[in-house]
Design a protein around this ligand. Structure first.
Ligand code: ADP
Ligand code: MG
Ligand code: MG
Length: 888
């Protein structure tokens, strides 16, 4: 039935409904549980309630429909039949877990309740059928604690405290020392706490428990921490979560039982080795909660870490063998690295979850490249597997292995990369300090979902407790933050806001360095080195270049940036902002003389002295970019940006020009503008002071001819006139540029090819593109200004309100970061279409910040632009994103 909202899995469930494969309907967890069951893997039976029911519930806040109640009852009967136990049956009770599961995995964001169905009667039945009274009462106390926390909102700290007191009273060290009777009295205490805190006794009716838990899962979709996670990860808020109800299997039934989490390959390095953690005689949550230190899965990993407690491979060879078989089967089935949860109940393996595993950029690269080699996926799939933005992690420096290190301690290498920053001890402080521009390292005993905003604000994370799959580790890897977890020598005294590591004491605010690739924690800052661009990175980039249509250029104006961009694969310059060359300390005085001159003759005198300087810059750039197109934008910003402010500057200028200070100040005052963004800038400067553009054009052509003569290969200058609104502006200024070209070619006896075009950055220019293209030989979309002028939003002032706009969903993303495709995008499309109608095949590119944003790049591909241009570090991101856009 197509409007089904409850789907069973496991046992003889049909798994034939297409909606049960659709993650937007049943969530990722539900879809994969059904998928695993359908290929014959051991999955405890259960059922999934669709996301639609969540939305309906949150929307209407109404009670559940009779149909839903009936469907759930029927699905529950399927589970009872399959397991052969009855829900609420005092003699032989079925217990279930109630688990959330959205379409996109949101680790640790939603709450799970285990052992549901236990009450004062069924606990006796569980004790009798399992023959293990201690286990039954341990399960019951876990259930009361989880349910009360998640569903009833009782502070879990109260239960933890009660357990601590019980252990202290008995002189116990570990939970495992608690006997059946101890758990029994603790359950009584737990129930007392619930009655006191909740004003009602702990619910005994299993059906009431079930619906309460379902309600709580639905509610958790709207919890604050879930919202924050979605906001940080660009996950839409209107998808809802599914609920999975599943028969319990028990990893806490003694020494032949266990629970664990595993990856089919190493999620940090990408190496092809099983990787994971497990605990004997434990329930799922114990592994991630950091209460007990988990053990290694494989013998090799245990030996590499020099650890004593036996690996699963050694302690439970049969169950481990079965698990390894499942790993391989799942990888072949999903053709991707899987992140798995499993439980062994008295020797029998059960699969509780699988999903595509989160991985570091380095691991994503390695796996994508290796899986092509293994024949698991093809090149195109490999390209689509790597998140372009994640490459950022690989393009940045790592710690210099030869730099001296003052190592304080070591923990687990939980998320690779290195970071130096100031110690902060809580998430709020991290956010405050980061907001004022400081680099901070968040140091916690362990992290929880409440710390997400602080983890995001920090450049690195250090925890004293928790394994490789702890909250801190998983979230840090997802965010691309370096993380060292489980550094057990670290002890934190939040009172004095100090940290002791061994015998060293550090204060909040002291600088440390962490290396998430080897787990080291160091005092102070450690020197870094540039990244390795060959290897897997090189291979993937080669594939990307094979499948992309658009060219990738760079925004650069220095020789160093040009070199770096070429190393990163730039195929030319998309934007060289000539004013950046004016800001140089030696030149600023000449520029000021030019601006403050009273007449053309005065301006020309200063420009004549600037010419050789600017030519020298272009020579250096052209030498790096020989044979490649270079778009050079003539002077763009309003002149007053170069003006002196200090009295001393005016005095210096007066000395240089022989004019008096008052006269200079008066002239500077005349240049003041109320709204410089819309003032005397861009081509308007060229129109009023053509000699400026003439000088710049000369400098470009002289440099190009010089390099052409010297190297035998000419650069291809594309001279770009900024802020054009009309055909006539461009016509006048193209005249200036062409005249300069002819003069230079005649004088040097060399001719080179060049183009004169314009930036499309005003709505009028976009609309009149047909006419402008009669003169302009290329267009480059200046989407920063085009966004500013289309939205009427000043980029420099938007910070005050844009965040609120994004939070309220008015803009899906900051339109200065990701192109407003619906609005600004339309102007780009119109300009492209009208430009092409006039001048067939007119060269089109984008040079705004958006040229390095994958979503905007996808739009450029769709619009058929010839190239995108991005800052040097973003060039590889753009290459990969362009390939993905071609393939999609
Ligand atoms: P999360 O998304 O936070 O991992 P899960 O729903 O996957 O939440 O479950 C939390 C823990 O409980 C996991 O370790 C999982 O393996 C375990 N678990 C969930 N359902 C069952 C079950 N039916 N039997 C045994 N353990 C379970
Ligand atoms: Mg899970
Ligand atoms: Mg501009």
């Amino acid at each position: 039935m197509s409007n089904d909202t409850v789907f069973t899995f496991g046992g003889n469930a049909p798994h034939s409904n297409a909606r049960q494969k659709d993650k937007t309907v049943v969530g990722g967890k539900g879809a994969n549980l059904a998928e695993m069951a359908s290929i014959g893997l051991p999955v405890p039976p259960g059922f999934t309630i669709a996301t639609e029911e969540c939305l309906k519930y949150l929307d209407q806040g109404a009670d559940f429909s009779d149909k839903l109640r009936a469907d759930v009852a029927e699905a529950l009967a399927h589970v009872e039949r399959t397991v052969g136990k009855g829900f609420g049956d005092a003699a032989d009770p079925l217990l279930v877990s109630v688990r959330s599961g959205a379409a996109v995995s949101m680790p640790g964001m939603m709450d799970t309740v285990l052992n549901l169905g236990l009450n004062d009667e069924t606990v006796e039945g569980l004790a009798a059928t399992s023959g293990d009274e201690r286990f039954a009462w341990d399960s019951y106390r876990r259930f009361i604690q989880m349910y009360s926390d998640v569903v009833l909102g009782v502070d879990h700290g109260l239960f933890e405290e009660a357990l601590e007191i019980a252990k202290e009273d008995n002189d116990y060290y570990a939970d495992t020392e608690m006997s059946a009777d101890d758990w029994k009295s603790l359950v009584a205490e737990y129930k007392r706490i619930v009655t006191e805190e909740h004003d009602a006794p702990f619910p005994q009716d299993p059906n009431e428990q079930l619906w309460g838990a379902i309600r709580a899962v639905f509610d958790s979709w709207d919890s604050e921490r879930a919202k924050i996670y979605r906001r940080l990860n660009d996950i839409p808020h209107d998808m809802g979560t599914a609920v999975n109800v599943q028969a319990m299997v028990f990893g806490n039934m003694g020494e032949t039982s266990a629970t664990g989490v595993a990856f089919t390959r190493d999620p940090s390095t990408g190496e092809r080795a099983y990787y994971g953690e497990w605990l004997v005689n434990a329930q799922g949550e114990d592994v991630v909660a950091g209460i007990r230190t988990p053990q290694y899965l494989t013998k090799a990993a245990r030996e590499a870490a020099n650890a004593k407690p036996l690996s699963m491979e050694e302690a439970m060879p049969e169950a481990y063998g079965e698990l390894a078989r499942v790993f391989d089967l799942l990888e072949r089935h999903y053709r991707d690295m899987q992140d798995i949860e499993f439980t062994v109940q008295q020797g029998k393996l059960w699969m509780l979850q699988t999903r595509s595993g989160k991985r570091t950029a380095k691991a994503a690269l390695k796996m994508a490249v290796e899986m092509v080699g293994e024949g698991l996926i093809d090149e195109k799939t490999a390209i689509l597997r790597v998140d372009p933005m994640a490459l950022d992690q690989l393009l940045h420096p790592t710690l210099d292995p030869d730099a001296p290190r003052d190592v304080l301690t070591s923990g687990l290498p939980a998320s690779p990369g290195a970071a130096s920053g100031k110690i902060v001890l809580d998430a709020d402080t991290a956010e405050v300090w980061a907001n004022r521009g400081e680099k901070v390292i968040l140091v916690r005993v362990e992290t929880s979902p409440e710390d997400i905003h602080g983890m995001h604000a920090a450049v690195g994370i250090l925890t004293a407790r928790g394994g490789m799959t702890s909250h801190a580790a998983v979230v840090a890897r997802g965010m691309g933050r370096p993380c060292v977890s489980g550094a057990s020598q670290v002890s934190i005294a939040r009172e004095g806001r100090v940290l002791t590591i061994g015998n060293r004491e550090l204060k909040e605010g002291d600088t440390i360095t962490i290396d998430g690739s080897n787990g080291q924690v160091m005092a102070g800052e450690v020197a870094t080195i540039e990244p390795e661009l060959a290897g897997d990175f090189g291979v993937l980039m080669e594939w990307a270049d094979k499948y992309r249509r658009m060219r990738v250029r760079t925004n650069a104006e220095t020789e160093a940036d040009c070199r770096m961009a070429r190393q990163f694969g730039a195929e030319g310059i998309g934007l060289c902002r000539t004013e950046h060359m004016f800001f140089d300390a030696d030149r600023i005085s000449l520029v000021r003389q030019m601006i403050l001159a009273e007449n053309e003759a005065g301006r020309r005198a200063a420009l004549d002295r600037l010419l050789p300087e600017q030519r020298g810059d272009f020579v250096k750039i052209f030498e790096v970019m020989v044979g490649l197109p270079c778009t050079i934008r003539l002077l763009d910003p309003p002149l007053h940006e170069f003006l002196p402010h200090e009295d001393a500057d005016f005095v210096e200028l007066a000395n240089a020009t022989g004019r008096d200070v008052d006269q200079l100040k008066r002239r500077a005052g005349e240049l003041h503008e109320f709204n410089p963004m819309l003032g005397h800038r861009g081509c308007r400067l060229g129109i009023t002071y053509p000699e400026i553009y003439e000088m710049q054009a000369r400098a470009i052509f002289e440099a190009a001819c010089e390099v052409a003569k010297a190297s035998g290969e000419a650069p291809v200058p594309e001279i770009m006139i900024p802020l054009v609104a009309t055909r006539r502006e461009l016509e006048i200024l193209k005249g200036v540029v062409d005249k300069a070209a002819q003069e230079v070619f005649a004088a040097s006896g060399t001719t080179i090819e060049y183009l004169v075009g314009t930036m499309i950055e005003l709505p009028r220019a976009a609309l009149m593109a047909g006419e402008i293209a009669e003169v302009g030989e290329f267009f480059s979309f200046g989407t920063n200004d085009l966004t500013q002028t289309t939205l009427g939003v000043s980029r420099d002032d938007a910070g005050r309100f844009l965040t609120a706009y994004v939070e309220k969903g008015i803009f899906a993303r900051d339109p200065f970061v990701s192109l407003d495709v619906d609005g600004v995008g339309q102007l780009v499309e119109i300009a492209a279409e009208r430009g092409r109608a006039t001048r067939q095949g007119i060269k089109l590119g984008i040079c705004g910040e958006h040229g390095g944003d994958p979503a905007s790049i996808a739009f450029c591909e769709k619009t058929g632009l010839d190239y995108v241009s991005a800052s040097p570090y973003r060039v590889p991101i753009a290459r990969l994103a362009a390939a993905q856009a071609s393939l999609r």
